[in-house]
Design a protein around this ligand. Sequence first.
Ligand code: M6P
Ligand code: ZN
Length: 215
Amino acid sequence: MQAAALHDPHPTRTTPRTDPTVEDPVTASDLIVDPRHRTDWATGAVLGDGVETLERRVADLAGVFADGAALAALDPELLVYRTECVFPVPDGTEGGLFWGTTFIQPGRVGEEYFMTKGHFHATSDRAEIYLTYAGTGLLVLMSRDRTCWAERMSVGSTHFIPAHTAHRTVNVGDDILAFGASWPSDAGHDYASIAADGFSARVLRIGGRPALVPQ
Ligand code: M6P
Ligand code: ZN
């Protein structure tokens, strides 16, 4: 068929054409191909070509939690969170998207729940979307005037992170918190602002329950 030879939508494909877990109800055609990635809705695991993983352990998180002594008492190798992400275009590309899943372990540093470092976007006017696959958490948001608030995360909760808004996720449950994220490929991560000034509130266990506590 001539048309198929003219257009390969996935010229760099390395995965098999047929996913054995999915019944194919579609007529065989070179113009209809399998997706390059799949997400396991139960766990958030991202499967497919070129998924990049990143791990953040206790040793990587100095200065992030309020109680430095409690952090120092933990095994430096203890995993706090990790990501499985897809970067289909080079970092910094205007008009592209990145996506992936973040998995935060259950746990605390003193009375502060395990959480991500958190960041503004380096290109500050870029937004982001989150979608929870598993667990319970809080998405802590902070505007440039340092107003802090949080949204509850549970399976299916979907969150719009506006431009110019720092974001950090906190696992307040007893199981892994897994959430998907997608953000513009020219957003970048500004960790320095958070390292310098922090968020204006922290999620602490008070009376056995999580509370957003102004600092
Ligand atoms: C989400 C996205 C990523 C981010 C990750 C971990 O998946 O927002 O961009 O890297 O969470 O958060 P952080 O980079 O703040 O540690
Ligand atoms: Zn972001």
